[in-house]
Every structure is written in structure tokens, then in C-alpha cells.
Write a protein of this length. Sequence first.
Length: 143
Amino acid sequence: MIRTILLLALSVGLLAAADAKTVAAVEAAERAWGAATAAGDEAKLNALLADDLSYTHSNGETDSKAVFIGNMKSGARKYHEVNYEKVEARLYNNSAVVMAMANIKTSQKGGRQAPAHLRFLHLWVYQKGAWKLAAHQSLRLPN
């Protein structure tokens, strides 16, 4: 009986450690998305974004992966900074939900930079051995 209890406790401890490692991997992918977005790094974004991405901006516009990356390449929308205040990931099998707050500076069509204080929700899915951003939804907070 004691052996069973010890094995169960060890198993729970190993699962908790594995979950912590996975949460850290998701949070690292989240921060990699922020860095790649601010840098306009098409190759990194192609690797981080799911092919069926649904990216809803705080103004209600929704982009696919191709449109999101295309707008950055063309200058229609540029992200100058993504500075996180908070990143919290929760695991759900092969998915994770990230709730984050960040100060972001963007510009559109070569215009001036506009700051935005955003809260956003990201859905990450584990596909082909990597975490991929499948959905983004954001809302503006007071600056």
C-alpha cells in the first residue's frame, strides 16, 4: 500500500514537472511571436503561425496567416514594439491558451507610430512537433 502511494506521489510530481516544462515552452513560443512580429521576421512567423490562423485585431479586422504576414511585408501594418506586461499559459491536452497584456506600437501604411495597451488571448496548438499560434483576439485597454 505504501509503495503504491509513493509511486502515485512520484507520478504526480513527474506530471507536474512535465506540465511546468510545457508551460515554459508555450510561454517561450509566445515571446518568440512577439519578437518576430516586432522584427517583421517572415521566416520565424511562418514557423510560429498555424496555417489556419485566425488573427482578430482590436479594431475587429480579422486576418489569415497570409494576410497577416503580407500586411507586414507590404507595410500596410507594421509592429514596432511588443512589450509584454503579463503572460500566463494554461494547458489543455495538445492546446494552450495564453492570456497576455502588452504595450504595442504599430503604424499603418507608413503613418506615425500609435501606441496601444492591449489584452489578448492566444490559442496555441501543438502541431508537427512545435507550438503554433492558431488564434489571436485582442482588445484595447486604457493607455
